[in-house]
Design a protein around this ligand. Structure first.
Ligand code: ZN
Length: 261
């Protein structure tokens, strides 16, 4: 198990968006049913909005509703790694190696198939169809604190789609990830190309809008894309990261190019 899970973490690392540090990281989480999911590190010109590979992998794992039983990284975990895993995944954990954490109170299967991150948009492809997909994705939200489920979908230039939903970590509000960001992590992990559209939907707040953090992350990863916001009975609203965050501070100020390629 350990070597195969490590291999998945290492294979995901090159997908990292690390224009600032130049240090890619991949993390793979093994689920109790044998599926696994991996995420790369995704940096942001605004430091704290960087999504660590560990945070990303745990968020994607949470969307499955399945128990996480082991986590491997392409580099040794940092000093807070085990605590982050315990808090997000629950149960009793131990470091079996500097790059491998295992849940000690359950059995661990061999890694099998990856969690399917991409979805097909029912034809005909349309902005409304993408918004409906985002709305359906909200059912996957893990929202113990807010009870405010949000869904999102990310579509690349080739029409490939990845969905996401917001994930909150019980007891630590600071480690949550919004639906847009979870979907973006999934899109980068799945190797999607330049992003054409990002869809967002919340049935509790049809008038809702992306938070400031997500606006910054959209400006970093998906400049120039269409941001499509579900509006209930009204037609979806279509905007852009640039309209949502005028004058954004992004990688260009640091001589780095943004966007997923
Ligand atoms: Zn947000």
């Amino acid at each position: 198990m350990p070597d195969r899970l490590r291999a998945h973490a290492q294979a995901c690392a090159p997908r990292s968006h690390v224009p600032y540090s130049g240090r890619p990281v991949g993390v793979a989480a093994l689920l109790a049913d044998g599926r696994w999911v991996a995420a790369p590190r995704i940096e942001n010109a605004s430091f704290p909005l960087t999504i660590s590979a560990l945070q990303g992998a745990l968020a994607l794992a949470a969307l499955t509703g399945e128990t996480v039983v082991a986590v491997a990284a392409s580099v040794p975990f940092g000093p807070t790694g085990l605590g982050e895993i315990e808090q997000a995944a629950g149960g009793a954990w131990a470091l079996a190696a500097p790059d491998l954490a295992v849940r000690t109170d359950v059995d661990r299967p061999e890694p099998g198939e990856p969690v399917g991150l991409t979805v097909d948009l029912p034809p005909p492809p349309s902005v409304e169809g993408g918004a409906a997909l985002a709305l359906a994705a909200a059912d996957r939200a893990v929202v113990p604190a807010s009870a405010f489920p949000v869904g999102a979908a990310v579509e690349d230039d080739g029409g490939r789609l990845v969905v996401g939903a917001n994930v909150e970590v019980a007891g630590d509000w600071t480690r949550g990830l919004c639906a847009e960001r979870t979907a973006l992590v999934g899109a980068v992990a799945a190797g999607l190309g330049p992003i054409r559209r990002v869809y967002v939907a919340c049935s509790k707040a049809p008038g809702g809008t992306p938070c400031g953090g997500c606006r910054q992350v959209l400006a970093e990863l998906a400049p120039g894309c269409a941001v499509v916001v579900w509006r209930g009975a009204e037609a979806p609203e279509v905007t852009t990261p640039e309209a949502l965050l005028p004058g954004a501070f992004d990688g260009r100020a640091l001589g780095r190019q943004g966007g997923i390629r």
